[in-house]
Design a protein around this ligand. Structure first.
Ligand SMILES: C[S@@+](CC[C@H](N)C(=O)[O-])C[C@H]1O[C@@H](n2cnc3c(N)ncnc32)[C@H](O)[C@@H]1O
Length: 230
């Protein structure tokens, strides 16, 4: 696969894999909120789109789901294959159709911190709806629009590509308003069931007390659960 998308190629992937492990923002803040909105997955077919290093794929397959993880970085797809041995990990660009996943084949789709990297989010969400069974769920997380606004300044309403450091590497993503995040899901044929702006969990208070206090007042992620109307 030509690696021309915004996936975390090479060093960016390896840096992310290390950071997304045990005690970072992903593990202690965003992932618990995502897992709460996903709920019980025992016996379900679940696609983890943009599965990164396979942290969620490993948890979901250990919890009884049949997981297909899709990842655009070959470095991360390799790491995920080892981290989540029971999951089927596919190296694929999410800006392209998910031809290897049949219509109505999934009970659930999780897309954690990925949608803001994609070129054509409406087409992608259309693919998510296509592969979901009627009534299937989508749990999607993204950066909190006000956190990006606070960091980059300028107009909150100026939707644009922004770049942030990822250790020695960089990542590029789209700053979106909250209404764009929510309305694109609705426009793709979903009913939004729940939206969460996560508060820090107790485990973070002991491990990173300053970060815990900051996250109590400054949201940095938003997580949405939606149902496919079909
Ligand atoms: C912030 S990481 C999140 C990874 C994982 N979902 C998690 O929660 O740990 C974003 C992921 O999206 C992947 N990604 C970005 N653009 C992509 C694309 N066009 N196709 C496939 N994966 C992509 C990156 O390589 C990276 O693994």
């Amino acid at each position: 696969m030509a690696e021309s998308n915004r996936a975390y190629h090479g060093d960016a992937g390896r840096i992310f894999a290390a950071r997304a492990g045990a005690d970072g923002l992903n593990a202690l803040h965003e992932r618990p909120a995502v897992l709460t909105l996903i709920g019980d997955v025992d016996g379900l077919d679940v696609a983890d789109l943009g599965c990164g290093a396979g942290h969620l794929a490993a948890i979901l397959s250990t919890s009884g789901a049949r997981v297909t993880g899709v990842e655009g970085s070959s470095a991360l797809a390799q790491i995920a294959t080892h981290a989540a041995p029971a999951a089927a990990i596919v190296h694929h660009d999410l800006d392209l159709p998910l031809t290897f996943l049949a219509d109505d084949s999934q009970d659930g789709v999780v897309c954690a911190l990925v949608i803001h990297h994609l070129d054509d989010r409406q087409r992608f969400l259309g693919e998510v709806r296509r592969i979901l069974r009627p009534g299937g769920w989508l749990v999607l997380s993204t950066t909190h629009p006000t956190a990006d606004w606070g960091y980059f300044g300028g107009s909150y309403f100026d939707e644009r590509w922004v770049t942030r450091a990822l250790g020695e590497a960089t990542m590029e993503y789209r700053h979106m308003t909250m209404s764009t995040v929510i309305n694109e899901i609705i426009d793709a044929g979903f009913t939004v069931e729940r939206m969460v702006e996560p508060q820090p969990i107790e485990a973070m208070r002991a491990l990173a007390p300053e970060r815990y206090e900051r996250l109590r007042t400054d949201p940095i992620f938003v997580v949405v659960r939606a149902r496919a109307d079909k």
